[in-house]
Write a protein that binds this ligand. Structure first.
Ligand SMILES: [Cu+2]
Length: 266
């Protein structure tokens, strides 16, 4: 194991499913933080409505059963009740719509980006291109047993890491060559279709260096389950060194050279 792979192996796994986990993965980006907040907000609204309706049902069952109420009333309308049960759901929907649209714009409008990466889905693997430098990465799944023998997560570990600088705003362009795939990393709050002949765009910014996993999330054929996404978020210096190595030092002004630079950082 050289200094470079040793450095990558030392990265903490921050974006991966945990056994027994109930909720969403821990958020790594501003978008996912907002998504988690929105999810909690909806959960509270849903819980309150469910409890309220259940309470009404129980009340009606007891108070208006034939036994408790032998002579039924004959009226059929109550204006106040009808106005309330129309207006309150409208207000609830508006209260949901406002943060929902805000979130939609947060995801959709890409802020000024520091780096662009193009992901292309294939049957059945991903490849990546950095249009600014010409560097490419092809990620093919490491067989489950082999990954687990290395202490990595089976079915999520990919053979070649995709490095992304920490704190950088990444413009992710997503497309496919054959069928529809979807580029998804749960901790980033990113899920976007990869369509042949079309370039979709999404963004993320991760501040915490670590390893984040995702998977293709569009049924794309027999090996759909075996095209993982493995993103290594690393400090800017490591990223520059790695990029230098990919491009033979042409990418960065500081051409101190790949692995040696990383070795000196550790
Ligand atoms: Cu796919």
């Amino acid at each position: 194991m050289n200094a470079f792979t040793a450095f990558l192996a030392a990265l903490p796994v921050l974006g991966a499913p945990r056994s027994g986990e109930m909720g969403l993965q821990d958020p790594a980006t501003p978008v996912m933080e907002t998504l988690v907040g929105f999810h909690t907000f909806l959960l509270i609204i849903i819980a309150l409505i469910t409890i309220f309706v259940l309470g009404l049902l129980v009340w009606v069952l007891i108070r208006y059963s034939a036994k408790a109420n032998p002579t039924p009333a004959k009226f059929s309308h109550n204006t106040l009740v009808e106005v309330v049960w129309t207006a309150v759901p409208v207000l609830i929907l508006v209260a949901i719509a406002v943060p929902s649209f805000k979130l939609l714009y947060l995801q959709d409008v890409i802020p000024e980006s520091d780096i662009t990466i193009k992901a292309t889905g294939h049957q059945w693997y991903w490849d990546y291109e950095f249009p600014d430098t010409g560097a490419t990465v092809t990620q093919i799944m490491v067989p489950k047993e082999e990954a687990e023998a290395q202490g990595r997560i089976g079915l999520l570990a990919a053979d070649d890491p995709l490095l992304v600088p920490a704190g950088a705003t990444v413009r992710m362009q997503v497309t496919a060559t054959d069928v529809i795939h979807a580029w998804t990393v749960p901790a980033f709050g990113v899920k976007i279709d990869a369509m042949p002949g079309r370039l979709n765009e999404i963004w993320f910014r991760v501040d915490e260096p670590g390893i984040y996993y995702g998977q293709c999330s569009e049924l794309c054929g027999k090996d759909h389950a075996f095209m993982p996404i493995e993103v290594h978020v690393v400090p800017q210096e490591q990223f520059t060194a790695w990029m230098d190595e990919q491009t033979g030092g042409s990418a960065a002004a500081d051409a101190s050279g790949g692995r040696a630079a990383i070795a000196s950082l550790n």
